[in-house]
Ligand binder design. Structure first.
Ligand SMILES: NC(=O)c1ccc[n+]([C@@H]2O[C@H](COP(=O)([O-])OP(=O)(O)OC[C@H]3O[C@@H](n4cnc5c(N)ncnc54)[C@H](O)[C@@H]3O)[C@@H](O)[C@H]2O)c1
Ligand SMILES: O=C(O)CC[C@@H](O)C(=O)O
Length: 392
């Protein structure tokens, strides 16, 4: 039995894929795996038996990924599973920044009386806006969300320019050829009326939107942030709003400095909050996690390599190790010492870490245990486990 802990609301359509014969939910204190959305795990102590964490979402900044790698814990996310939901909210945010819809709705809510239509017609000019068509939109980060926003904004007749120095081949194929490609931040920001940022927050993007970035924007432009609050320097945005350089700041992250600011429009982190996105994310997170727990194969991990080979032998040993020389040699030597034949072995690395799968014939439990203990003692092995195909 594998114990899965959940945090936040994970859609039942995903959780019901965890059958009762193999999995229990939220039972013990030492889970084999965690599924979560935005719960912050940075201060959580990880139990030794924790094998994996699946984020039902795109961003993994609420998970201490480096510490997980050091403890041999595989971290997964659900790429693209909520991208359409975020895209739709960004399009709504673009319209709401061009036209004071929200202000108009609030105003009309407080009106009463038989002559309401006349009052409305006499005063509605205060809620006139502008159109998006013909305006330039800069999209920074052309991944799952950014590419959808860019394509749809083009269909709203916006002049769209994108910037992503690491754009994936898949995204490049999905992008409309009408979306212009910028080669630098300076180029993408220079003439844009609207700038929307869709990058993950990490060591390279933290504070990306700072005074220098804002200075490169066209005066009076609008900035949209549906990525994370960590990508902005709050004081620099406040300064730009207050001195008029930035016309509006529209974000999906509540911050005391912005919530009542007259030039800010703040959403309560609603990007992924649609029925469809919640179900998509839960199903993808559960399937990915279940596949890893059952087969040892890794798909959609943010800290370990993709590895996916069918198990053709009764036993599979999986090893999470540091990416250092002679690891496969030492692992094989232990099996050779016990005269165990290797049916299949595959080692893949990613940065400082690697993952090894070894398929072997059936062995006595005691011998298997001894082999596993020997492997766990190798300097640089972070986690080792056995998958017995008969039990699956
Ligand atoms: N508001 C929400 O509820 C919500 C929902 C989903 C995702 N997000 C946030 O949006 C981010 C993007 O999501 P996604 O699904 O599009 O992820 P993604 O991984 O598909 O796309 C991210 C893109 O950013 C690009 N990138 C990275 N660093 C860059 C840089 N310095 N300059 C330009 N491009 C850069 C990458 O090459 C990639 O193409 C997530 O990491 C998450 O933080 C927020
Ligand atoms: O789960 C959510 O509501 C937000 C998810 C979002 O922040 C993400 O990074 O995918």
């Amino acid at each position: 039995m594998k114990d899965i802990h959940t945090f936040n609301r994970i859609a039942p359509e995903g959780l019901q894929l965890l059958n009762n014969e193999e999995f229990v939910l939220n039972e013990g204190y030492d889970p084999d795996a965690i599924i979560l959305r935005s719960k912050d795990l940075h201060t959580m102590a990880f139990n030794d038996s924790l094998l994996a964490i699946a984020r039902a979402g795109a961003g993994v900044n609420n998970i201490p990924v480096e510490a997980c790698s050091e403890n041999g814990i595989v971290v997964f996310n659900t790429p693209g599973a909520n991208a359409n939901a975020v895209k739709e909210l960004v399009l709504a945010a673009l319209v709401m920044s061009a036209r004071p819809i929200y202000q108009g709705l609030r105003w009309v809510e407080h009106m009463e009386g038989d002559n309401l239509p006349e009052i409305v017609e006499a005063n509605k000019k205060q809620f006139a806006g502008t159109e998006l068509a013909g305006k330039r939109l800069a999209v920074i980060g052309l991944g799952a969300i950014g590419s959808l926003v860019a394509n749809d904004a083009y269909h709203l007749n916006m002049d769209v320019i994108g910037y992503d120095p690491y754009v994936s081949v898949e995204t490049a194929w999905n992008m409309s050829s009408r979306v212009k490609k910028a080669n630098s931040l300076q180029e993408v920001l220079r003439d844009a009326d609207y700038v929307t940022v869709h990058v993950p927050v990490n060591n390279h993007t933290e504070g990306l939107v700072n005074a220098d970035f804002l200075h490169q924007m066209k005066p009076g432009a609008v900035l949209l942030n549906f990525s994370r609050d960590g990508i902005i320097v709050r004081d620099d945005i406040l300064t730009a709003l207050n001195n008029g350089r930035l016309d509006k700041y529209v974000a999906d992250f509540a911050d005391e400095a912005f919530v009542r600011h007259p030039k800010a429009l703040i959403f309560p982190h609603l990007g992924a909050s649609t029925d469809e996105a919640e179900v998509n994310c839960a199903i993808m997170a559960v399937k990915t996690l279940k596949y890893f727990l059952e087969t040892g194969n890794i798909l959609r991990s943010v800290n370990f390599p993709t590895i996916d080979i069918p198990q053709q032998s009764p036993l599979r040993i999986t090893i999470v190790n540091r990416n250092v020389p002679n690891m496969v040699g030492q692992i094989s030597a232990i099996l050779a010492k016990h005269f165990v034949n290797i049916d299949n072995i595959l080692n893949r690395s990613r940065g400082n870490y690697a993952y090894t799968i070894i398929d072997i014939p059936l062995l006595e439990d005691s011998l298997l245990q001894e082999i596993l203990e020997d492997m766990s003692k190798i300097e640089g092995v972070l986690k080792a486990r056995v998958i017995n195909r008969r039990e699956m």
